[in-house]
Design a binder for this molecule. Sequence first.
Ligand code: HEC
Length: 120
Amino acid sequence: MRSIIIATLLVGGSLMAADSVKANDSGSFSEKGIDGAVLYGKNCAICHGKKAEKSPEAGIPPLASRDATRLALTIRAYRDQDKNIGTYTMHKSSEVMQNQTVKFSDRQIGAIAKYISGLK
Ligand code: HEC
């Protein structure tokens, strides 16, 4: 019995340690409490790859390490379906990507773009 309690305490302690490492890792990409790494992992990684290394469709190269500002503007163009904002309108009509981006604020998109841009 005693050893079970000790084992539980040990496991609990190491989980807590893992959690705090995670917070530090992704914290460097967070902007006012918004965590780009978490948002990307939950909403984008399935198609674009865990490290943004995948091509989601023929002709669409991986997103990793692209310029953060361009990424943010492209993502916003999908979200807003805006046909009138210059070069950032490419792919604007993708329904897939509009569905993926419609729920995000500008700040959230900024954090996601920064995170993707930092991936290698
Ligand atoms: C269901 C799969 C899927 C998910 C989930 C998804 N994407 Fe996409 N993404 C695509 C496809 C397909 C395209 C190409 C669409 C087109 O033709 O414009 C694309 C294109 C893009 C592009 C433009 C790339 C280029 O070369 O022009 C960006 C940037 C992008 N996605 C970012 C994201 C972000 C950020 C998320 C998460 C919020 C996300 N995507 C989630 C499938 C997805």
